[in-house]
Ligand binder design. Sequence first.
Ligand code: ADP
Ligand code: MG
Length: 322
Amino acid sequence: DHLINQIAAGEVVERPANALKEIVENSIDAGATEIDVELSGGGIKLIRVTDNGAGIHADDIALALSRHATSKIASLADLEHVASMGFRGEGLASIASVSRLTLTSRRAGSSHGQRISATDGKLNPGGAAAHPVGTTVEVGELFFNTPARRKFLKSESTEYAHCATMLERLALAHPQIAFSLKRDGKTVFHYPAQSLHQRVAAIIGEDFQTASIEIDSGEGIMRLTGVIAKPTFSKGKSSQQYCFVNRRFVRDKVMLHAVKQAYRDVLHNALTPAFVLFLELPPENVDANVHPTKTEVRFRDSQAVHQLIFHTLNKALAGTRA
Ligand code: ADP
Ligand code: MG
């Protein structure tokens, strides 16, 4: 089982940023309104995530670290429905098999928290522990027991940058949640719960925020919202182009192509400026499970997605020219 977990870990966790994503997504799923992240050594030495979500019942804490234990799928019908969101029940088990993981959690109504740790996939019950309502996950020494995989890690600063990028995407998709990041003990950011506009300004910059247009349009089962730069906004960094599908960051050729085409119609240079777009559609119309660490998706009707984005942006951008 340990070996299976380690193999699964290869699928889920290539680097600290993937572990961070799994852990923070669990915090989001648990209804947290505040998520605090601390990284040391680029996340290789330590990833610590504390949330104020629902917490895990003392009786279930060991289960949370076992493979295919998920509290999020009650039936096979459910599985069909949420599979595209990536609830596979293997995130924590996989991370635990390739690190020293400690999970401390307390449910509302419990008088104290409960702790459990896992080293090299073996569980050590830790017993009662002081903790406010919510959960703390600590992942130490990622890949300490899989040297081959450890060798593929880049420098601490590169791994840190991947973690920070991952967290920024999650923070953009969930502006109603407060997020903070500490790097080697120093605070990098602390975003309070805020509007999308304020979060965009905090992450992409005030200058983008003041030179942007709000998007909100629907077509049948799809809805497109977000903020895009006015054609006059000259910065065109691809690192400031964000597409989300059902609140998950994606890199999608269809979406990107539609955006570029809309800008090309009004701009004469080929640069595509910054944008943040959220596409919402029924989960059965998109397959996001191409690969757990990849950001690709497959749309059932990619032509409809392209048309919605192109027409919405084209109209919004044309309005700025008059
Ligand atoms: P999945 O998220 O696919 O269910 P995970 O291995 O990531 O699988 O987590 C296993 C289970 O542990 C979750 O289904 C959830 O019940 C519990 N869990 C993990 N992290 C948290 C958290 N931060 N708050 C509350 N429950 C959590
Ligand atoms: Mg999970």
